[in-house]
Write a protein that binds this ligand. Structure first.
Ligand code: NAI
Length: 454
């Protein structure tokens, strides 16, 4: 029995490809070693959003007085938050399971290892059984980067140092939480545990948080969280972990912070370990599987989508890449475009971005006009947010008058940003956007308003 497609990895890339390919009538096998839904559904995007939503409800209640809402003794019941998270994840995994059945996808639970190629196709071993597929899609995702910090392994073994996986299941909120890495995971978890009452310290190597986010926007986020009491140690190099203690060096010399938990969130790396790529000669650059714009590897009939190709390590990129893979398999040429992929940090306030930042535009020498408006241009924002400092920042190409980048800090940003991605994908010009009617009152209206400032 030969499958038309064997998909390795059941995360957003893998399950989407399996669903689409199965739906198109291909004979598909999907291998998953942990749980259907992958990191995103089981220990990433979705669980963290259940946490952050509870935090947002608590924050709203705590700050209710200014809005005429009196609530007393508000606090987060962490075990209940974790329980709810588990229910949400279970429900969504069950939904995926049904989707696979509906699309005639054979799901095999176990670790898949590629073992070579025969006349019939690629050989894959799972739990001691051999399967053959005419094509392979590698969608094995990524794993956390564990930096070579002396003492980290010991601290991890003792259950003090944790990654994004373990932090979502801790039973009580730590009194003191130290987070190494002020990127997306670090900030989202800092946000939750700050709301839950932990004293949070973020130790970040760079002189700013939120990585490649537009610097002005990440500065506003930093100020918001400093006000909420998070202690940021920037330009700080961690040199050692001694049990509960994180020792780091910054311009102020050698310092120490203590946490009952230490979250390590310094990035993720493509997961190709033990996959048997060498048995068929799939090319990597030592870190990621190399793919072209059709998601093909150097071996015809072997594709790689999602974090494992290391291009844009986001679940929504994986969805689209998976669809491109299936279209290409079906003979519908589908080229992946990466220039308008939005990214969101679900802090409170939220940050959402698409395209070039002021910094990347300058680095590339792009001729841009930058328009910046406070979100207080939106009636709804003012009606709902006291003392809000949200902004929208738009980069317009001076020659063609199209949008090259758009960044928002403020709540609802996550739900607005796709509009900006659409504007970029369809190469709308400033004048075209001015003619679109936006609903009023909404926060998104500031985008239209910004077009009149351009
Ligand atoms: P990240 O790349 O976002 O941030 C890592 C941070 O750690 C960077 O600021 C980096 O400068 C810092 N760092 C690196 N080494 C360090 C060291 N030794 N000491 C101190 N700081 C150090 O990575 P993160 O937060 O782990 O997230 C991993 C991936 O998960 C990202 O690719 C992200 O795209 C994805 N993700 C996406 C989310 C979303 O879309 N909302 C949510 C969570 C994760």
């Amino acid at each position: 029995m030969t499958y038309d497609l064997i998909v390795i990895g059941g995360g957003p890339g893998g399950y989407t490809a399996a669903e689409r390919a199965g739906g198109a009538g291909l004979f598909v096998l999907l291998a998953e070693k942990r749980a259907l839904g992958g990191v995103c559904l089981n220990e990433g995007c979705i669980p963290s959003k259940t946490f952050l939503n509870s935090a947002k409800i608590a924050d709203h209640a705590k700050n209710g007085n200014a809005y005429g809402v009196i609530a007393q003794g508000v606090k987060l019941d962490h075990p209940a938050v974790v329980k709810r998270k588990n229910r949400v994840v279970k429900k969504l995994v069950a939904g995926l399971d049904m989707k696979m059945k509906k699309n005639n996808v054979t799901v095999v639970n176990g670790e898949a290892v590629i073992s070579g190629r025969t006349e019939e196709g690629f050989r894959v071993n799972i739990n001691g059984s051999a399967y053959t597929g005419k094509r392979l899609l590698i969608a094995t995702g990524s794993v956390p980067v564990i930096p070579p910090i002396p003492g980290l392994d010991e601290s991890y073994e003792k259950g003090i140092a944790v990654t994004n996986r373990e932090i979502l299941d801790i039973e009580t909120t730590p009194e003191n939480l130290v987070i190494i890495g002020g990127g997306i995971i670090g900030l989202e978890m800092a946000s939750y545990f700050n709301s839950a009452g932990s004293r949070v310290t973020v130790v970040e190597m760079l002189d700013h948080i939120a990585g490649p986010t537009d610097r002005e926007i990440s500065g506003i986020l930093l100020n918001n969280y400093k006000k909420k009491g998070i202690d940021f140690r920037l330009s700080a190099k961690v040199i050692e972990i001694k049990g509960n203690e994180v020792i780091f060096e910054s311009s102020d010399g050698i310092q120490r912070v203590t946490g009952d938990k230490i979250l390590v969130s310094v990035g993720r790396k493509p997961d190709t370990k033990g996959l048997g790529l060498e048995t068929i000669g799939v090319e990597t650059d030592g870190r990621r599987i190399i793919t072209d714009e059709f998601l093909r590897t150097n071996i015809p009939e072997v594709y790689a989508a999602g974090d494992v190709n290391g291009i844009s390590m986001l679940a929504h990129t994986a969805y689209r890449e998976a669809e491109a893979v299936v279209n290409n398999i079906l003979g519908k040429r589908d080229r992946m475009r990466y220039f308008a992929i939005p990214s969101v940090i679900y802090t409170n306030p939220e940050v959402a971005s698409v395209g070039e930042t002021a910094e990347s535009a300058q680095e590339k020498g792009l001729d841009v006009e930058i328009i910046k408006l406070p979100l207080s241009y939106s009636g709804r924002y003012v009606a709902e947010t006291d003392r809000g400092d949200g902004i929208v920042k738009v980069l317009v190409d001076k020659q063609y008058r199209t949008i090259l980048g758009l960044h928002i800090i403020g709540n609802y940003a996550s739900e607005i940003i796709y509009g900006a991605a659409v504007m970029m994908e369809t190469e709308m010009r400033v004048d075209d956007i001015r003619e679109i009617v936006f609903p009023h009152p909404t926060v998104g209206e500031v985008i239209r308003e910004a077009m009149f400032e351009a």
